[in-house]
Design a protein around this ligand. Structure first.
Ligand SMILES: [Zn+2]
Length: 250
């Protein structure tokens, strides 16, 4: 499950990883906290119309990556808050889809090492995702109404944080980077220079790939919540997301 603040975050983020894991047999689900209704430069634009366009674009991009579906939480773009209401919405998503792994923005990234400020919504979505994963989703007494309505507690065993200044694993996306670019192109309302964008994405992926000796990679910060050993012998045939899926640098 990928949890993102805005339509297009998942594509700028770990789309190559998601596409590769889905190709390998995982089932993916995308949760988008806002509908990107502030993602424009015309102050007279109708935010509801923009939200509808961006949801359409996000659904098309998700189809390219291969997600089984997308949930929109319809929170306000530019004003996303990591409050209990958002946490409950994310716990509902997690307990419904029951993912082994959640991919979310690293909430500790305030300033990017390479320069620039990380959007407040990205930080809020990342922190909300972490708080929903642990402990709320696995605690049957947290949001007990969800459990009473049939959404039993669920343990997410891995967090993979993207846009991190401290990546710990690199996932080879040499075979999925084209799909990432195609998915990004679905966000046409946000892109002025498709070629320039492709060039930048390829350049970043090549830089990350150089760290593990492949043509293209995505760097992620892995947080292991439950060791495989904790689960007993039933995890002998774990699927892709439970494996770091790339080189580990210590
Ligand atoms: Zn964003």
């Amino acid at each position: 499950m990928v949890i993102a603040a805005h339509p297009d975050d998942a594509e700028f983020g770990p789309a190559g990883t998601a596409a590769g894991w889905i190709e390998a047999g995982s089932i993916g689900w995308l949760v988008c906290c806002t509908s990107g209704d502030q993602g424009g430069e015309d102050h007279d634009a109708n935010p509801f119309e923009l939200a509808a366009i961006r949801e359409r674009e996000q659904r098309a991009a998700a189809t390219v990556i291969g997600y089984a579906g997308v949930s929109f939480l319809h929170q306000p773009d530019g004003a996303l808050a990591n409050d209990l209401a958002l946490r409950e919405m994310l716990v509902r998503e997690i307990r419904s889809f029951r993912p082994d792994a959640v991919l979310a923005t690293d909430p500790e990234t305030l300033f990017y090492d390479g320069g620039g400020v990380n959007h407040a919504d990205h930080r809020a979505a990342g922190m909300a995702a972490v708080d929903a994963v642990y402990p709320a989703a696995r605690n049957p007494m947290a949001f007990a109404g969800l459990a009473r309505s049939g959404l039993a507690s669920h343990k997410v065993r891995r967090l993979y944080l993207f846009w991190s200044n401290h990546p710990t694993i690199w996932v080879d996306i040499s075979t999925s980077i084209e799909r990432k670019l195609l998915a990004l192109h679905e966000h046409a309302s946000q892109i002025r220079d498709f070629e320039g964008l492709d060039g930048r994405i390829r350049e970043w992926a090549a830089e990350e790939g150089a760290r593990m000796g492949v043509a293209a990679a995505e760097g992620l910060r892995l947080v292991i919540i439950d060791d495989d050993e904790d689960e007993g012998p039933s995890v002998a045939d774990v699927d892709a997301p439970l494996d770091p899926g790339g080189a580990t640098l210590d």
